[in-house]
Design a protein around this ligand. Structure first.
Ligand SMILES: [Zn+2]
Length: 130
């Protein structure tokens, strides 16, 4: 095996072997791919949004571990809840729209800036496209 005069694209070590090799090892090829993926703006955004959604869900779960609970909107906001992010919505026959973060959701109540927190229920599964 000869040094081919090139340096590894990830760790800069001299590459031994074929002239078209770009990395010294499969670990470095994977490492480079992972580092590259993290610098992708789309992937970064996905990571950030996932973090916000996860945080939102944690706050809902903490506020309402066992079903329906009413809290002040401000309580969630102070804890860092971000009302702009949710995974899906559930619209009731009465026209109320619940916003969900995975398996926990909330309904903004018109009076006193309150929020009703609920757990996802089987019957909320959409029967048809809405
Ligand atoms: Zn390397």
């Amino acid at each position: 095996m000869e040094k081919n005069g090139k340096k590894c694209g990830h760790c800069q070590a001299s590459i031994i072997g074929r002239a078209d090799k770009r990395f010294c090892s499969s670990q470095c090829r994977t490492g480079f791919a992972n580092a590259h993926r993290l610098s992708d703006q789309g992937e970064l955004l996905i990571k950030e949004v996932n973090m916000v959604l996860r945080h939102n869900r944690q706050l809902l779960k903490k506020a309402s571990p066992h079903g329906k609970t009413t809290v002040r909107r401000q309580v969630l906001e102070l804890a860092g809840f971000n009302f702009r992010y949710f995974t899906h919505v559930y619209r009731t026959k009465q026209g109320n729209t619940y916003h969900f973060c995975y398996d926990y959701g909330y309904l903004l109540l018109p009076q006193e800036d309150k929020v009703l927190i609920v757990n996802w229920q089987q019957y909320m599964q959409p029967q048809e496209n809405i």
